[in-house]
Design a protein around this ligand. Sequence first.
Ligand SMILES: *Cc1c(COP(=O)(O)O)cnc(C)c1O
Length: 424
Amino acid sequence: MGQLAVHGGLPIRGNKPWPPWPETDRDTEAAVLGALRSGRWAISWPSLGAPALERQFAQRFAEYCDSRFCVPVDHGSSALTVALQALGVGPGDEVVAPVQTWVASASAVLRLGALPVLVDVDPETGCLTSQAVRDALSERTRAIIVVHLGSTIADLDGLVDAAASGGVPLIEDCAQAHGARLRGRAVGSWGTVGAFSFQNGKVLASGEGGAVVMADPALYHTAQQLRADSRAYRSDRPTPAGEMEIVEIGEAMGVNYCLSEIQAAILLDQLPRLDGQHERRERFAGKLEPGLASLGDFGPVPVPAGTDRRSIYEYGIRFRPGTFGDAPVDRVAEALEAELGRAVYPPDVPLYRSPLFRPETTPRYRQVWRDVARKRAIGRDYPSAESFRSTTLLIHHSALLGDDEDVADVLAALEKVRDRAEEL
Ligand SMILES: *Cc1c(COP(=O)(O)O)cnc(C)c1O
């Protein structure tokens, strides 16, 4: 094998394109055009006689998540905010969350004037552990946020127990885990509330979008109002054409976090495709993983016992420390990216040192972010998050919609960069 592509050598990957994301076809186009031409682009607009597309999607997505209710929102970030707010989190409260996650899991807490207490994670999966949660619980803890990261599921048994022993609700941030299932039940239905994102890159996408799912009718009633300026769907009778489908309630003052009807049309088209995509990605992983094992040094991010199905959002390849000599993971990722002609990247920088997590830059957050609170939030060491980040490489799920040739290219790139690591 020749020089590394990152140094100008011939890349492993030729001109073959990687699979596109998102996947759309004529049906998607028809769905979007239908919504467009209907003239009803918002749930806060007179009914056409049939339930809003947003409401139809909510029902299907609730079923998909083994949940009784679903409230769609405009972003995953809003989903977390609505979840926390519906559970009564506010100023003076603390919410325990993992340090290894997208910044929204923590900024949602700050938006409510509460303090995110960021704790270390499992070094193999990057997910919250029940021990770290128990160590962080205090008188002020009002909720726990668990993130099912990348391609795995957090230790839900342990975390449900830890939440119960602390007497606080568990919020599952499922933005990376739509459709993952553990012992016969979907993620999002294990905690009190599940929060999802439908941003462009997620496994279920509408450009921007999100949803909360829950079993409790009172929480549902509140969450609806929190996302539609204190309004909720009328439940007294079907809405005749020309009348408003949402009505003023005013028991929980909200803002406008509504998903548009155009986005709901896309989601109604995309949801039925998701299980097939899960299968295709699992087939890819099923070919990749024996290859990783025979290369030695590499393996997948583990899943907990009892996993019926993982949802592969970012496929994590773990490597033994020293596999690439002294090269930092960012440099290794860069070299792989050059070989493969597609993004390969390490996990997010842990929030305590992330350039995206800077509460001191926003007046509203600065109020919470005083010295003592800051120390409480991030004043600890995070060796396991750092270890996870420095020995994990991620590939976006769209690559796993590829074929056997694509599997072979990933393996060949790993082998080439490993064997020439001293050149990095
Ligand atoms: C994507 C993501 C979010 C936020 O979703 P948006 O729709 O981008 O607001 C929250 N948490 C996690 C873990 C995510 O990956």
